[in-house]
Design a protein around this ligand. Structure first.
Ligand SMILES: [Zn+2]
Length: 107
């Protein structure tokens, strides 16, 4: 589903691996479908397959990758992808995480 972006709301998504600012991701969807074909014979070919219709039975988001470094991003739903691209979901490597609260607040 498309999300309308308000002016000033847009922040760039950053790949946690190659640090590129990205405005797209590569998504692979695993799909199970019933695909119908017409198989014909002509002067040139025997057994030429033409897809006539396709009914998707199930779809599952399989993986999401950075378009630059091709590494897998931990995004597993359309909502997470949209939030990442809008800059409201930030992916960081564990070593980059800094705690901003008081260092003694947990004692
Ligand atoms: Zn990357």
């Amino acid at each position: 589903m498309e999300k309308t972006i308000e002016r000033g709301e847009f922040l760039l998504a950053i790949c946690p691996y190659c640090k590129a600012e990205i405005n797209s991701v590569h998504v692979t969807v695993k799909e199970i479908a019933f695909t119908h074909y017409e198989v014909s014979v002509s002067e040139k070919y025997i057994g030429e397959w033409h897809e006539t219709s396709k009914e998707v039975d199930s779809q599952e988001l399989y993986e999401t990758r950075c378009p630059y470094c091709q590494r897998k991003l931990p995004l597993y739903s359309e909502r997470e992808i949209n939030e990442f691209l809008a800059g409201s979901l930030i992916i960081a490597q564990k070593s980059e995480v800094r705690y901003t609260g008081s260092p003694h607040s947990w004692l």
